[in-house]
Design a protein around this ligand. Structure first.
Ligand code: XIL
Length: 448
């Protein structure tokens, strides 16, 4: 029997589908933003405006569909001296977002931190304070009217026990400063979603319950409040088990929930085991958001360990973001991708031993470098030597737990008498103080 035309076409379509399906299994993973969109969520990152070029800019534009200025929109950044405004970095980020089809979360209007000193150190009557706050909101929100999707209107209003934090605003205006701020923001841009944002409110606890009660009362009074931001500056091993339940209870109040500043920090040095655990925890946090319809999405507080606030704020801790300092995706990246429904092509599980270089601390002209030599299960070393070339004139000074020599730009460090052995699945670290000027890029290290 001759095949019918439709049968032939169906057969051809099947062959075509098979041909398309086969290579797709090996194709590059879709960017996180495409995965998130398919789940009706957003995936964002905090950014630093001056870095939005080169690899940093490529990743920020390709992987994310929301941006939050890490510092650029804070009061101290935009009005460092009274009446003198600097919108350069904030404008740059908003322009970049529009060029890359991204939404922007404004951060943040009313906070106790990173205010200009003229504001913090001034003496204000309640009426003056109220005017300052309302004018600031009208000006900043008004400037970006129609261009920003959301604002963190009030940041960090609570203490850990659920009482109000004693701030410039609370002390001068009472708890009603929050309602005033939200009302002023709505007037300045009726289309922007208005949020209250805080940390340590991810699980069900005294602080998140205070926030819950506030949002409930604001809604009952008709004060404009659209969402709650859970910052989620988390510690490895301490993701709250009540995260999803907590997101759900806010959603049930009739507000959106966003995870606004996710990072998961660990004690340095990072190890393969810690990074694997971090992957599981990123996956769990993103899944908790995916599971609740009114959770709009997740923003990471910097996508690369080279642009994270953690090492400066929590000495000895770091490796908190989904990309390493050289912009390679870490296991955490794949945790986010799989939580967003990705069928992820992962890099091979590491075998053998490798060395990783980081800069845990840096000041005017000096820095501390750290190198960790790690061996995967099944591999070990009885002695080691690590070498690299400094690309920007850096100079190694005193080293500990290794013997280092520098000739020109070439550095070579070998084990001390007591730490040549790196066991299977284990690691050894050494450190040094160095000098730098201009820039201090991370070199590529080789283990020989
Ligand atoms: C941090 C920035 O990332 C740092 O660069 C800055 O030095 C301090 O502030 N909660 C917030 C963010 O709401 O604005 C903070 O950002 C991190 C904690």
């Amino acid at each position: 029997m001759r095949p019918s035309l439709s049968g032939l076409l169906t057969g051809l379509a099947t062959v075509a589908a098979l041909l398309l399906a086969a290579p797709a299994a090996h194709a590059a993973d879709p960017p996180l933003r495409d995965l998130a969109t398919a789940k009706n969520k957003v995936i964002g990152t905090a950014v630093t405006g001056s870095k939005l070029t080169g690899t940093y800019g490529e990743i920020a534009g390709r992987e994310f569909n929301w941006l939050t200025p890490g510092n650029a929109m804070k009061w101290g950044s935009v009005e460092p001296t009274r009446g003198n405004f600097n919108w350069t970095e904030a404008d740059q980020i908003v322009d970049f977002a529009e060029a890359h089809d991204q939404d922007v979360r404004g951060h943040t209007l009313v906070w106790h931190s990173q205010n200009p000193s003229w504001l913090d150190n001034g003496t204000w009557t309640p009426a003056q304070l109220s005017q300052l706050m309302n004018d600031h909101i009208a000006l900043e929100v008004g400037r970006y009217k129609g261009r920003l999707a959301a604002w963190d209107v009030v940041n960090e209003p609570f203490n850990e026990d659920g009482t109000y934090r004693q701030t410039l605003w609370y002390n001068g205006l009472g708890a009603d400063y929050i309602a005033q701020a939200l009302t002023a923001a709505r007037a300045a841009d009726p289309a922007a979603k208005l949020y209250i944002n805080d940390y340590n409110v991810e699980g069900v606890n005294a602080k998140s319950t205070a926030l819950y009660n506030l949002v409930r009362d604001l809604k009952a009074r008709g004060v404009p409040i659209d969402g709650v931001g859970l910052q989620a500056h988390l510690i490895l091993g301490q993701v709250p088990s009540t995260l999803q339940q907590n997101i759900q209870r806010f959603a049930d109040l009739g507000v959106d929930v966003a995870i606004t500043e996710l990072d998961i920090r660990m004690q340095l040095p990072s190890t393969a085991a810690k990074l694997a655990q971090q992957r599981t925890e990123y996956d769990a946090v993103v899944k908790a958001c995916v599971a609740v319809t009114r959770c709009t999405g997740v923003t990471v507080w910097g996508f690369t360990d080279s642009d994270s606030w953690i090492p400066d704020t929590f000495p000895g801790q770091g490796a908190a973001t989904p990309y390493d300092e050289n912009y390679a995706p870490k296991p955490a990246y794949y945790g986010i991708a799989t939580a967003l429904g990705g069928t992820v092509t992962e890099p091979p599980v590491p075998t053998g031993c490798s060395a990783a270089y980081s800069v845990p601390n840096q000041w005017n002209t000096g820095f501390t470098g750290q190198v960790t030599i790690s061996c995967a299960a099944g591999s070990s070393l009885s002695s080691w030597r690590v070498a690299w070339t400094f690309g920007a004139g850096q100079q190694v000074g005193q080293a500990w737990n290794a013997n280092c020599v520098q000739t020109g730009t070439a550095v070579s460090c070998s084990n001390a008498s007591w730490n040549g052995s790196v066991p299977s699945g284990g690691s050894v670290s050494f450190g040094f103080n160095g000098t730098w000027s201009g820039s201090n890029p991370v070199p590529t290290v080789t283990l020989g």
